[in-house]
Design a protein around this ligand. Structure first.
Ligand SMILES: [Zn+2]
Length: 150
């Protein structure tokens, strides 16, 4: 191997502020980064997969759900994670898109994704009890928090 890039990464282990289950759709990358910073999270374990929290709420395969749970468990073991943030976004290809799935109706989409995030949180609470769970829906204008029961 030859060195092609130099940097100095921190070598100390860290405590994770939150494991975040999020979609890899790059249109939201900058907004996502700003939002996570706004939440005061500096050390996140980002689980970035197509569909994000869909993989817990309504996975295509049961193994997708198990994969996400395993990633969260690893985050807990490795970085003492106590909080999980579940996220979905508007016009997600994993759901068939805003037009394809919801006929362009943003209100319908938001209602559906609110329910999806609740399903994901319920499933997570049962599978890994005792975590602090937060859920957010991101559209093209902002971030919406789902009010989960404590
Ligand atoms: Zn997506």
């Amino acid at each position: 191997m030859k060195k092609v890039f130099h940097f100095d990464a921190p070598r100390e282990p860290y405590q994770c502020d939150a494991a975040i289950v999020w979609c890899f759709d790059n249109r939201f990358h900058l907004s996502f980064t700003k939002f996570v910073k706004r939440l005061g999270i500096s050390n996140s374990d980002l689980i970035k997969i197509a569909g994000g929290a869909k993989n817990l709420a309504s996975p295509e395969r049961e193994s997708d759900r198990e994969f996400v749970l395993e990633q969260i468990r690893k985050s807990i073991v490795l970085h003492q994670t106590k909080r999980v943030i579940l996220m979905l976004h508007s016009d997600c290809g994993a759901y068939g898109g805003l037009m394809g799935r919801f006929g362009g109706n943003t209100r319908l989409e938001a209602q559906y994704q609110d329910a999806e995030l609740r399903r994901a949180a319920d499933f997570l609470n049962k599978a890994i009890p005792g975590m602090e769970v937060q859920a957010y829906f991101v559209d093209f204008e902002g971030v919406w928090q789902v009010e989960l029961a404590p």
